[in-house]
Structures are given as structure tokens and as C-alpha cells.
Design a protein around this ligand. Structure first.
Ligand code: HEM
Length: 173
């Protein structure tokens, strides 16, 4: 209901920019509100993100040792994918919950970067193609009435910040 809600009531929050995140209070409210639709069902929405990732960027599948040889049908039934999808959604929930605590936010994101570098995920995967994929996944999951142009633009802005902090942790000593 985000898009409809915002049309009638607005999201609330000031337009003053938080210097550390580059986000306004209103934008943070949009992120919190839309993410609530995902965070309540991590095992439902999480796996779908990975199914879309494997379809759009097929080379990503090879990094998941226990999933790489499974068909899409097998993947849909896989508890490993459900668990993994839920882990990723829960990790992003911590990110959204830390929007007002920039130091914690940066630390969480850098940890994602260092951990993914350790398991051999190329830094380039945290790029525009992945951001676009997350935006379509949010739209498909929430529907266009809850994820309209305002929500998309805000997530687009937030995702570039998120990805740049994740990437900055690669090769950081
Ligand atoms: C912002 C997006 C992402 C988030 C929040 C995220 C989060 C996580 C988390 C929380 C874990 C569990 C281990 C840990 O603590 O690091 C994990 C594992 C993993 N992630 Fe990600 N991830 C993201 C993007 C990606 C991408 C783009 C790939 C590309 C293939 C990837 C591949 C993996 C793999 C292979 C594992 C290990 C899986 C296993 O065998 O358990 N992740 N991720």
C-alpha cells in the first residue's frame, strides 16, 4: 500500500539530509515501510531473490556449492535455499534497522563485503545489475501498489550507497 499510502498521507519525516548516509528522514521512512513487507516473510521472499539472481546472472550459481547442480524446480523445494534466502533477508533487515546509526550501518555492510570477498565472490557482482535485480524483486514481491516510482527511486538511491560501502570493504586492510 506504500504508493497509495504516500499519495494520500505522505510518508512523513523531514527532507533534511543525514550527512553520513546521504538519506533524508522521509527516505529512511520509505525504506523502513517498504522493507516491512519483506522482513515479515524472509523464507518466502528470500529464495525468490536468489532464483532471479541465478536466472539473470547465471555465473552466480557456481558459488553456492550445495545448490549449483540443482534445477529451478529442485531449488524451489530446497530447504538450503530457503535457509540461505532467509539469512540474506534478515541481514538486510539489520541494515534497514540501522539507518539511524550510520557507524553500525557501515560496519554491517563492510562485514558483508569482507565475508563475500573471503568466499570468492567477485566485487563486480555488487554492481548495477544486482541493484536492478533487487529493485525488480521488490516490485514483484510487494506489487506496484506498494512499490511505486517513489519507493523505487528511494531504493535505487539507497542501494547505490549500500553497494558502494560493501565494495569499499574489499581489499581494505
Ligand atoms: C546485499 C546483498 C547480499 C547480502 C545482504 C548477503 C548476505 C549474506 C549472508 C548474511 C551470508 C551468510 C554468511 C555471512 O555471514 O557472510 C551470505 C552468504 C553467501 N552469499 Fe551473500 N549476500 C548478498 C549478496 C550476494 C551475492 C551477489 C552473491 C553472489 C553469488 C552472494 C553469494 C553468497 C554465497 C556463495 C554465500 C555462502 C553460502 C553458503 O554456502 O552458505 N551473496 N550472504
Amino acid at each position: 500500500m506504500g504508493a497509495i499510502w504516500s499519495m494520500f498521507f505522505g510518508y512523513g519525516g523531514s527532507d533534511t539530509v543525514d550527512e553520513k548516509t546521504g538519506l533524508t528522514e522521509r527516505e529512511k521512512n520509505i525504506l523502513r515501510y517498504t522493507w516491512k513487507g519483506i522482513s515479515t516473510k524472509p523464507r518466502e521472499y528470500g529464495p525468490e531473490l536468489f532464483l532471479q539472481l541465478f536466472t539473470k546472472i547465471p555465473e552466480t550459481k557456481k558459488y553456492f556449492r550445495s545448490l549449483k547442480d540443482k534445477s529451478n524446480e529442485e531449488l524451489r523445494k530446497s530447504f538450503v535455499l530457503r535457509a540461505h534466502g532467509a539469512t540474506v533477508v534478515n541481514s538486510l533487515t539489520s541494515v534497514v534497522e540501522s539507518l539511524d546509526d550510520a557507524d553500525c550501518l557501515v560496519s554491517l555492510l563492510k562485514k558483508i563485503g569482507t565475508n563475500h570477498q573471503k568466499i570468492g565472490i567477485p566485487v563486480a557482482l555488487f554492481g548495477p545489475e544486482f541493484c536492478e535485480l533487487i529493485l525488480s524483486w521488490l516490485e514483484n514481491s510487494l506489487g506496484s501498489s506498494r512499490f511505486g516510482p517513489t519507493e523505487r527511486a528511494t531504493w535505487d538511491k539507497a542501494l547505490s550507497v549500500i553497494m558502494s560501502v560493501i565494495k569499499s570493504a574489499y581489499d581494505e586492510k
